[in-house]
Design a protein around this ligand. Structure first.
Ligand code: PEP
Ligand code: CO
Length: 482
């Protein structure tokens, strides 16, 4: 995890002002931009906000939000700024970003072992990319806060019974019964607590020796190590061992913190604006607003309307932010988003995460890439090859094919090669576990195996082996990128 310097104290001050979602008014207004009307943490409440739950108990909601507003920040402004700087290097073509993790985190599956295993697969993929491409890899987890999900329907009907849809553990439970599905504001606090515990362990793992490059073999979980990609990884790890021994023999310091520690940043979709507002604080160093629920926040494909509440909220916080772009996004819409979200054109501030679907990249993404490049907007380009490639089998199981995922990434690299731009990074839904949610990959997981271990609460994730398979394939593309 990033290190908080002594000169940057924690900037958690309880504003004591209940968030707009509870009261209809936010914190004190500030002029955050000369290009747009006044922004304050609650200014989103005057705009249409999609994908918000129908909370039945507004008193309980107000109470939870007020309490959250007084809790310490989960991340510090200085850390978010450091991530912006790293992402600025990605903009300049000097680094690559790996943003990966669960589609939806679960309160129940946030045990120490599960957090460690999720970290392992990210470390493993990053080291493969870094070693093969010889580039710094900026590591951003979809972790420690990825609890809210946008849904295509507000309700779900089974056997004639209709209940509110599952919107992620921060809102309700997945069990199909009326009590479980009723949005429960106490879950906002549970999401904060689970995020804090997850982050605490991640900070310990990434600083306390577990992420030491000399531990590179221990990141290879048994289930992954026995696969061809796992064996290829062992050979790569042996290469790292030899390089470290060689450096030692040359008298170079391999005990440096760059070898012993890893910077892993956290991110999630900023979907529940009441929660995000309640976690927003002013930084005591710069006086700027930061959403201290995660280092990086993104706006989903379903909530990226230029006049909508999500764009309004994120334009005012100084964290690095992202926007998902699906196949219907137009160049004009994207240019307007760039102007609204990064008017000062700060490199690293804005990531555009395309999720067009295999076969669709040249037509749907190519014109956007050219328009943004021509307008000289500095953006971190990322490819999310998951969300445009989801389909439902004849047994009604949601899945994705490894080949389609890889195809979209290949097409994305090809578009960048054509445009002379830097492919920036990849945004994936993965788990270290031996789940069977996506088909294909080195093991050629078949459709009939999907029922063996299908555990996701939302979208299908690559398992540990498939994730490593993909890392090796992307590393080849990256090493060949102009
Ligand atoms: C997601 O990343 O889980 C998601 C819902 O993505 P999108 O907004 O691209 O559909
Ligand atoms: Co998803």
């Amino acid at each position: 995890m990033p290190t908080q310097t002594q000169s940057e104290p924690a900037d958690a001050l309880c504003s004591g002002t209940p968030p707009a979602a509870a009261t209809g008014s936010g914190g004190s207004p500030v002029d955050s931009s000369q290009h747009a009307p006044r922004w304050h943490p609650g200014s989103w409440a005057d705009r249409p906000a999609g994908q918000q739950p129908e909370w039945p108990d507004h008193t309980a909601l107000s109470k939870s939000l007020s309490e959250l507003g007084c809790r310490p920040p989960l991340v510090f402004a200085g850390e978010a700024r450091r991530l912006t700087d790293h992402l600025g290097r990605v903009c300049a073509g000097e680094a690559f970003v790996l943003q990966a993790g669960d589609c939806a985190e679960s309160f129940d599956l946030s045990t120490a072992d599960q957090i460690r295993d999720r970290l392992k697969v990210i470390l493993q993929m990053a080291v493969v990319l870094q070693y093969s491409a010889g580039l710094p890899i900026v590591k951003v987890g979809r972790i420690a806060g990825q609890f809210a999900k946008p849904r295509s329907q507000p309700m779900e009907t089974r056997d004639g019974v209709t209940l509110p849809i599952f919107r992620g553990h921060i809102v309700n439970d997945i069990a199909f019964d009326p009590a479980a599905r009723t949005p429960d504001p106490s879950r906002l606090l549970q999401a904060y607590n689970t995020s804090a515990a997850t982050l605490n362990l991640l900070r310990a793992f990434t600083r306390g020796g577990y992420a030491d490059l000399r531990q590179v073999h221990t990141w290879n979980q048994e289930f992954v190590a026995s696969s061809p990609a796992g064996q290829r990884y062992e050979a790569l790890a042996n290469g790292i061992d030899s390089a470290l021994r060689f450096m030692n023999a040359c008298g170079l310091d391999t005990d440096d913190s760059a070898m012993r520690q890893v910077e892993l940043y956290t991110s999630h979709e900023a979907l529940l604006l009441g929660y995000e507002e309640a976690m927003t604080r002013t930084d005591s160093i710069t006086g700027d607003w930061y959403d201290c629920s995660a280092h990086m926040l993104w706006i989903g494909e379903r909530t990226r309307e230029i006049d909508g509440a999500h764009v309004e909220f994120l334009r005012g916080v100084h964290n690095p932010i992202g926007v998902k772009l699906g196949p219907t996004a137009t160049s004009d819409e994207v240019l307007a988003l760039c102007e609204a979200l990064n008017p000062d054109r700060i490199p690293g501030r804005l990531s555009l995460i395309s999720r067009m679907g295999a076969g669709n990249v040249a037509d749907a993404f190519g014109p956007i890439l050219r328009a943004v490049t021509d307008a000289d907007h500095p953006v971190v380009w990322q490819c999310d090859p998951m969300h445009g490639n989801t389909y439902t089998t004849d047994k009604s199981v949601k899945t994705r094919h490894f080949d389609a995922i890889l195809s979209e990434i290949r097409e994305y690299f090809a578009e960048h090669a054509k445009a002379g731009s830097w492919p920036g990074g990849i945004h994936l839904e993965i788990t270290g576990d031996a789940v069977t949610e996506c088909v294909g990959g080195g093991d050629e997981l078949a459709q009939h195996q999907l029922g063996d271990r299908y555990e996701t609460m939302c979208d299908p994730r690559l398992n540990g082996r498939q994730s490593l398979d993909l890392a090796f394939l992307v590393a080849e593309l990256l090493a060949a990128a102009p």
